[in-house]
Design a protein around this ligand. Structure first.
Ligand SMILES: *[C@@H]1O[C@H](CO)[C@@H](O)[C@H](O)[C@H]1NC(C)=O
Ligand SMILES: *[C@@H]1O[C@H](CO)[C@@H](O)[C@H](O)[C@H]1NC(C)=O
Ligand SMILES: *[C@@H]1O[C@H](CO)[C@@H](O)[C@H](O)[C@H]1NC(C)=O
Ligand SMILES: *[C@@H]1O[C@H](CO)[C@@H](O)[C@H](O)[C@H]1NC(C)=O
Ligand SMILES: *[C@@H]1O[C@H](CO)[C@@H](O)[C@H](O)[C@H]1NC(C)=O
Ligand SMILES: *[C@@H]1O[C@H](CO)[C@@H](O)[C@H](O)[C@H]1NC(C)=O
Ligand SMILES: *[C@@H]1O[C@H](CO)[C@@H](O)[C@H](O)[C@H]1NC(C)=O
Ligand SMILES: *[C@@H]1O[C@H](CO)[C@@H](O)[C@H](O)[C@H]1NC(C)=O
Ligand SMILES: *[C@@H]1O[C@H](CO)[C@@H](O)[C@H](O)[C@H]1NC(C)=O
Ligand SMILES: *[C@@H]1O[C@H](CO)[C@@H](O)[C@H](O)[C@H]1NC(C)=O
Length: 486
């Protein structure tokens, strides 16, 4: 009984498979031959697996591969009257190769097959991560000629050390593109202004390349843009005022470039901006007070720019700020009192400026502060802090290199290694007035542990290898968002 019923089941299954497989003249076609050949060509040019085509003769149905996705779509052409007409057919819509699929992902002499890609007109996602490592590959115009890849919505060629050359202006023809990520390659040359014609673009990430030139004036046309990341290139010139038109922007990262001039007033119009990173450029002050319009801003990272003004007033309007960095910006004058409203602030970096006067007492009571760097200024007096504050911020507090800035002793009575103006003075032979000035004595005195901890904090707003902690979080958020959109 059992064996005969399983035999029947097997026969039924076989029948289904055969029906599915029949190409010419059959009742059902799983996918078009040309498209299948195109996929074989593309895979053959990328993977170190000569048997791929044999192992995956039906990549959309019976012999799938994790990096290839297909979608069942209505047939566009075909004789509707004919008996053979099949209303639906599979098309290859996604190719993704990366270390999550294979290691190594691609063969050493991997290349992009333009003839193969041309036969995949339904491809929506092409994502190659860490694929081109040895043989030089460039984005030639022929890849995009004759309407090839015109359905692409998501093009991500990321972390390919041998992907070099310039970004071809013909990319501007990919009118369906929503995500363009060419991050961590060796791309050179200027950003073609044709990119600014991709009006559906939501994410543009060209970070970690060797791009030069300036941000195109036409950037204002990308009205759907939410993420704009050009960090770690050699982009110069000034920021175009048309930035102000990109009202959907949530993240701008232009850190580590050669951008000069002032931040345009119009940037204050970006009311959805959450992250604004201009660190390590040549931007000069004053910053426009219109930036008080950035009501959603949580991360303002300006460090390493010759701003050379007093602390800007608009910061007091940015109630959502979590991270504020003006390290090495040539700030002068006092630390302003209006920062007291920034209740969500977790990191404040004002180190290596020319700030003077005393530190306002509210700093010691900002309820969420976890990093405070005031080192290398001309601050003086006592930093009034609660013990709870010291417990929370511990080794991420740095007040070295000031004019006698010290921490009130009686609040520290229960702290293991108290940092105090008085105790520091008494422990050294000289009469230096603050702990903060005693860099040389760091490893000698009783505060040794605490002090060296302070210095060795691993907090750094920008980390070459891992990016920001917060950057990860934000990107994940956007990924989820984009996933939902796609
Ligand atoms: C890539 O290398 C393999 C051997 O590793 C060779 O058989 C093949 O012809 C090469 N392909 C190209 C396009 O150079
Ligand atoms: C695009 O079409 C033109 C004219 O048909 C042809 O000469 C050219 O080779 C095609 N380009 C590619 C990359 O196939
Ligand atoms: C960018 O700035 C650096 C540092 O001043 C300089 O060495 C480099 O030549 C500049 N690069 C370009 C492309 O302007
Ligand atoms: C953008 O900002 C500028 C200057 O701050 C202002 O004059 C302009 O009206 C704003 N544009 C929009 C669309 O809000
Ligand atoms: C501070 O953060 C909390 C939790 O993330 C949030 O609910 C609140 O709205 C924030 N406050 C401001 C002023 O943005
Ligand atoms: C603080 O710096 C400002 C600006 O450089 C200067 O005018 C002022 O005299 C300084 N105040 C003190 C007490 O040093
Ligand atoms: C402070 O910044 C100057 C230039 O802005 C730099 O030369 C110096 O090394 C910095 N000092 C510290 C302690 O980072
Ligand atoms: C400073 O704090 C330490 C440790 O709590 C204590 O021993 C010392 O007497 C205090 N000094 C003054 C002047 O309060
Ligand atoms: C203490 O400071 C005063 C004034 O700054 C100075 O004259 C004196 O030599 C210092 N004493 C010691 C022991 O360093
Ligand atoms: C504070 O800033 C100084 C100077 O920019 C830097 O050398 C130091 O490592 C920073 N301290 C912490 C705890 O990050």
């Amino acid at each position: 009984m059992a064996s005969s019923s399983s035999l029947i089941l097997l026969l039924v299954l076989l029948h289904v498979l055969m029906v599915f497989n029949v190409g010419d003249g059959g009742e059902m076609v799983s996918m078009e031959d040309g498209e299948l050949l195109g996929l074989f060509e593309v895979m053959g040019s990328l993977l170190d697996d000569p048997t791929w085509a044999q192992m995956h003769p039906q990549p959309c149905t019976d012999t799938p591969w994790p990096g290839v996705q297909c979608e069942l779509m209505a047939q566009e052409d075909g004789e509707k009257g004919s008996q053979d007409y099949n209303p639906t057919i599979f098309h290859v819509t996604k190719i993704h190769i990366g270390t999550d699929i294979l290691t190594p992902p691609c063969k050493p002499n991997a290349s992009l097959s333009s003839t193969g890609l041309m036969k995949l007109p339904y491809l929506k996602t092409l994502s190659l991560f860490n694929c081109f490592n040895v043989t030089p590959v460039s984005l030639t115009s022929s890849l995009f000629e004759n309407n090839s890849l015109s359905s692409l919505e998501h093009l991500a060629l990321v972390s390919n050390p041998s992907l070099h050359g310039s970004i071809p202006s013909i990319l501007g023809y990919l009118q369906s593109l929503r995500v363009l990520s060419l991050s961590q390659n060796k791309l050179t040359g200027e950003i073609p202004q044709e990119i600014c014609g991709l009006v559906n673009l939501q994410q543009l990430d060209l970070s970690y390349n060797h791009l030069t030139g300036s941000v195109p004036q036409e950037i204002g046309k990308l009205k759907s843009l939410t993420i704009f990341d050009l960090s770690y290139n050699m982009i110069g010139g000034q920021l175009p005022s048309s930035f102000g038109q990109l009202q959907s922007l949530q993240k701008i990262d232009l850190g580590f470039n050669n951008i000069t001039g002032r931040v345009p007033q119009e940037v204050g119009n970006l009311s959805k901006l959450v992250l604004f990173d201009l660190s390590q450029n040549f931007l000069t002050g004053p910053l426009p007070e219109s930036l008080s319009g950035l009501k959603e801003l949580e991360y303002l990272v300006m460090q390493d720019n010759p701003i050379n003004t007093g602390m800007p007033l608009f910061i007091g309007s940015l109630g959502r700020l979590k991270v504020l960095s003006f390290s090495r910006c040539g700030l002068i004058g006092h630390i302003v009192t209006y920062l007291s409203i920034l209740k969500n602030l977790t990191a404040l970096s004002l180190d290596n400026n020319s700030l003077n006067g005393t530190v306002p007492s509210y700093i010691g009571s900002l309820p969420n502060l976890e990093q405070l760097n005031l080192s290398q200024n001309q601050l003086s007096g006592e930093l009034l802090v609660s013990q709870e504050f010291i417990n929370r911020i511990g080794m991420r507090l740095d007040i070295r290199g000031n004019n006698g800035l010290c921490i009130k002793n009686n609040t520290l009575s229960e702290v293991k290694n108290p940092i105090s103006c008085v105790s520091s003075r008494s422990r050294t032979s000289g009469n230096k007035s603050s702990w903060g000035d005693q860099e040389e004595d760091v490893h000698k005195d009783e505060c040794g542990n605490m002090n060296s901890n302070l210095y060795q904090s691993n907090w750094s707003p920008k980390n070459h290898h891992h990016g920001y902690g917060f950057r990860l979080g934000l990107d994940q958020m956007f990924l989820v968002m984009i996933f939902l959109l796609l």
